[in-house]
Design a protein around this ligand. Structure first.
Ligand code: 2AM
Length: 179
């Protein structure tokens, strides 16, 4: 099974990201991602035997349970790769703790004998692939706090559409002044 660790998005942030995608698609054609797939990847594992799913989940839970939920803000729209065949993204501004978390996840995955892509880590939300970059207007820039992190399964559904399904969730440490 093809797995990655990621943060799901609060509904208002998902809507803001989708509004940006809708504003972009006229000038930047590409293969747009369904908004239900929007997420922030924390670490990419790749192919993992099913019997090791629990080990992967334990790595995620161990790494985040003492960490306060990270604060983030939607940043600029940008892209990876060549402007003619790009991955269209929204950059996510986050505290340095998020890069620290990525590094720790990679270290602990490898120590557990699980695969991990070592990076580089650049937090973002992918809006489209195979995009031809045109004008990139600014959009809403809401700030938000990550809720839970998930082990996501990346698999094609029966229509051949790539879906990211959260298999298990892990919670960040409760904030000191949360109820
Ligand atoms: P993304 O975070 O830029 O969207 C499943 O493939 C998810 O893992 C995708 O959302 C993808 O990119 C992310 N990912 C991170 N590193 C990857 C890699 N080396 N290969 C494939 N996907 C990767």
């Amino acid at each position: 099974m093809r797995l990655f660790f990621g943060l799901s998005l609060p509904e208002d942030v998902r809507r803001a990201a989708h509004a940006r995608a809708l504003a972009l698609c006229e000038h930047t054609p590409g293969r747009y991602v369904p908004p239900e797939n929007y997420h922030i990847t924390l670490a990419f594992l790749g192919d993992v035997p099913q019997e090791r799913l629990r080990d992967a989940q334990e790595v995620l839970a161990r790494c985040i349970r003492s960490l306060p939920a990270p604060r983030m803000t939607l940043g600029d729209t940008g892209y990876f790769g060549r402007a003619q065949n790009a991955i269209l993204i929204i950059r996510v501004q986050a505290e340095p703790e998020l890069s620290g978390l990525h590094e720790r996840l990679v270290r602990e995955l490898l120590a557990a004998g699980l695969p991990a892509d070592p990076g580089p880590f650049s937090p973002h939300i992918t809006l489209a692939r195979h995009a031809r970059i045109g004008a990139l207007p600014a959009g809403n820039a809401p700030s938000f706090t990550a809720g839970q992190a998930h082990v996501f399964l990346s698999a094609r559904d029966e229509d051949g559409v790539l879906r990211y399904t959260p298999l298990c969730a892990a919670a960040f440490a409760a904030h000191e002044n949360s109820p």
